[in-house]
Design a protein around this ligand. Sequence first.
Ligand code: C2E
Ligand code: CA
Ligand code: CA
Ligand code: CA
Length: 279
Amino acid sequence: AKQGGRNTYRFFTPEMQAQSARALTLENALRRALEREQFTLHYQPQVCLASGRLRGVEALLRWQHPELGAISPAEFIPLAEDSGQILAIGDWVLRTALAQLNTWQRASHAVPGVAVNLSAVQFRQPGMPERIRQMLAEAKLPAQVLELELTEGVALDDPQAASATMDQLNALGVRLAIDDFGTGYSSLSLLKRFPIHKLKIDQSFVRDLGEDASDRALVSAIVRMAQALGIETTGEGVETPQQLAFLLEQGCTEAQGYFCARPMPGDALPGWLHAHPQA
Ligand code: C2E
Ligand code: CA
Ligand code: CA
Ligand code: CA
């Protein structure tokens, strides 16, 4: 379907051709990226708003290609999803993040848990909950330390299947977060039907909290609704002390963003913890 009919490519503009050439180049380079060890994970702290303590870190994938340079996950993840490569890459991300958490914890660094982004393609893979159970067992970690960040899209085409998978993950003891909350379609019915532990309020709502009264109203309403349902909230993309103060005042659970900490390599986190005592 992606190749289009004979009649469609006539309408390709030069920019469209350049774009699809880049996509093809990246898709081919992606095929070798895992074995050539071009991926790394960076970790971004998620900080309790009330106490300032570290509650966990989000694992964020980085791809450094020798010729193409650093490629943004926003660009290559969709390609990896289309080509199915996200399954192998996603397994690597899960294993690596769990192994890193294990390393921190064995060295007595106060990192309570790790959050991993799970693509809808991975989420729909048959047997995913069992795979995750095995990876936790291999890493010798209890399920409670792992939080899976899902987008609202996972429930779009088959809410019943999605609900069954979430129930299985929940039964394992893994925590479930809805990422980019508020940008998708089925937000409210998701909350009613699914065992969700956390809503991550999308950065687009946090960005303009200072200037935009409707964003303030939306964030405030999301936090109160989540509180009433016993669900935690994370403000994403927090860049200023004003945004942080507003989220705290609303009763939001935690903050994530450059104001608290940038994503960093795993071996930099102990230094960050040292500079931010967890007393
Ligand atoms: P996301 O899950 O919403 O992750 C948050 C993104 O916001 C990250 O971009 C992070 O670096 C960035 N960010 C954090 N704090 C701030 C801030 O204060 N201001 C601004 N402007 N940005 C901030 P990144 O690392 O480029 O990742 C982009 C997206 O790629 C992620 O969005 C996620 O959807 C996807 N992604 C990243 N790693 C993975 C992965 O391992 N698996 C999957 N399936 N997707 C991933
Ligand atoms: Ca995320
Ligand atoms: Ca997000
Ligand atoms: Ca996003």
